[in-house]
Design a protein around this ligand. Sequence first.
Ligand code: AMP
Ligand code: FE
Ligand code: FE
Ligand code: ZN
Length: 283
Amino acid sequence: MRVDLHTHSSWSDGTDPVEGLLMRAREEGVDVVGLTDHDTTAGWADAARAVERTGVRVVPGIEVTTLGPRHSLHVLALLVDPSPDTPLAQMLSGSRSSRDTRARRMVERLAVDFPITWDDVQAQRATHDTTVGRPHIADALVAAGVVPSRDAAFAGPLAAGGPYYVPHAAPRAADAVRAITAAGGVAVLAHPSARSTTGLAEELVEELVEAGLAGLEVDHREHDDATRVQLRRLSRRHGLLVTGGSDYHGSGKINRLGENLTQPDVLEAIVSRSTSGTEVLTP
Ligand code: AMP
Ligand code: FE
Ligand code: FE
Ligand code: ZN
């Protein structure tokens, strides 16, 4: 059984609609997909239908954007209660609305130097509920001929710390882990060492474990072999599950479905740890 616990659809910054994503998974021989769009559960309803059509199982999830002590941290919330009245749901809707304001501000700054409008960015979102992010601004810049690719947009005008960059509000990492756990979900720190030069601080892991953290996404494209060895050791020390995922974004990134996987017994442990009533979607 091949389990890929980290993917994005066009409900956030992936380019495939949910059903297309699952069709692709079937082609690639992936049996179980974690649907983890940024800061939203909006794609789960599509997943229920797409599972019937494709036979690929889905672990309903979210990739929650949070603030760590030094930079932003992403937390996968797997098999969580999606109901709108949990503190987690309130955090997510706060993040989405701040993402909206932030994207508009970035477009205002960009519009001084480049031919781009808010409508151009809107045209790149699949729906009005699609979680907006820099990738949609990147797509608008590509469409306007300013840059050749998302990658070039991120390396250029959209770079964090650059003159056009604006941050958005997000919950603190430990608060998000507590809210995910309180909503019956299983919290896994996504790509914890990606783009970090200093590695994952032991104190941070301790704080997050205290808050309910269940696992680390060790097997991810942005972790080299030495990092994976370190993270596996850290996981053992703290009794954390080890997961893997592709972080597939359709044609928005080079990541291929199934390029990193989660062991089936780890999926079983995640299922038994969840207390939300949300189940793996099975045809
Ligand atoms: P944001 O959350 O709006 O700041 O945008 C960050 C998102 O952009 C992440 O979820 C990544 O998936 C995506 N991203 C970051 N760097 C790149 C890149 N070089 N090419 C394509 N997508 C990227
Ligand atoms: Fe993304
Ligand atoms: Fe991420
Ligand atoms: Zn991701």
